[in-house]
Design a protein around this ligand. Structure first.
Ligand SMILES: Nc1ncnc2c1ncn2[C@@H]1O[C@H](COP(=O)(O)OP(=O)(O)O)[C@@H](O)[C@H]1O
Ligand SMILES: [Mg+2]
Length: 270
């Protein structure tokens, strides 16, 4: 693995000890070793720049490599403006990387921060069924897919409810059910819990955790700034200034964050 991915030898060592099975070394064709789980999201050396008035190009993402196995929930952490949403959009295919390669299982779904931007139909059931038109299913098949998806996010009993009577977190869970009903294999979730209270926050994160761990085929990448959500993750990436500077399992990420905090306090001699 390239040392440049890690902020320190300790971080690299922590990663080596984690359950990570994806080789990010440049040059090899396969990113998996023999004992690997299937990889659902794989990006290698991704960069993204935008045109700027003052210079030829303004780099937003710099040499980001990551992979997420099927059946796992990984988190993408970092301060505001470090590039999390941009990376997620690149993985979703909404932005084209300037450099690098990516492979993301399909179907994939991008769920946005604001719940009101993604629920479109008058009732919960109709909203989850909305995206199924393209599959030419029978009415019974639609009903069955909608019920299974709503059950997975704990919203089955709300199927007849008007959308406007739901809380923000319930709307997020309906949006996730819509993705599951379309048999999405990859969920890309951008700060879903930012506007939610603690109860709603827990409902959404537990729904996502349940979706990924229940059948082993769905992978989720969850952008958050709420560190308490880490306890639901199988692993995490930490970004700084457009780069992934650390990744690993939850204990190694927590150790990394604690070390960062300690360095910060020491720096100011507090
Ligand atoms: N289209 C763009 N043009 C110029 N700057 C952008 C564009 N998109 C994102 N940025 C800048 O890139 C940085 C990363 O943005 P973003 O990915 O939204 O960060 P995050 O989600 O971590 O808060 C920010 O400084 C943002 O202002
Ligand atoms: Mg963002």
């Amino acid at each position: 693995m390239p040392a440049a991915l890690f902020s320190s030898p300790a971080a690299a060592g922590a990663l080596a000890a984690s359950s990570w099975r994806c080789r990010l070394g440049v040059g090899g064709d396969s990113l998996l070793d023999n004992t690997a789980q299937a990889i659902s999201i794989e990006g290698r050396r991704l960069s993204f720049s935008v045109a700027s008035k003052h210079s030829a190009a303004l780099p937003i993402l710099k040499d980001c490599s990551l992979c997420v196995p099927a059946g796992q929930l990984w988190m993408l952490l970092g301060l505001n403006g470090c590039g999390k949403s941009t990376l997620l959009k690149v993985l979703a295919g909404l932005l084209k990387p300037t450099e690098g390669t990516l492979r993301v299982n399909k179907p994939k779904s991008f769920v946005f921060q604001n719940p009101d931007h993604q629920v479109v139909m008058p009732t919960v059931e109709a909203d989850v069924a909305f995206g199924l038109g393209k599959f030419h299913l029978t009415p019974d098949e639609v009903k069955s897919r909608v019920s299974v998806a709503l059950d997975a996010v704990g919203m089955l009993k709300y199927s007849q409810r008007p959308i406007q009577t739901l809380s923000g977190g319930q709307k997020q869970r309906v949006a996730i059910a819509g993705a599951l009903a379309e048999a999405c294999k990859v969920l890309l979730l951008d700060e879903l819990t930012t506007f939610l209270d603690e109860y709603d926050q827990l409902g959404v994160i537990k729904a996502v955790k349940n979706c990924v761990s229940s059948n082993g085929e769905v992978a989720a990448l969850w952008v958050t700034h709420r560190l308490e959500e880490l306890k639901y993750a199988d692993g995490a990436f930490y970004m700084e200034d457009g780069r992934i500077v650390m990744h690993g399992d939850v204990p190694s990420i927590i150790e990394f964050l604690q070390q960062k905090q300690a360095n910060y306090i020491e720096h100011f001699n507090l």
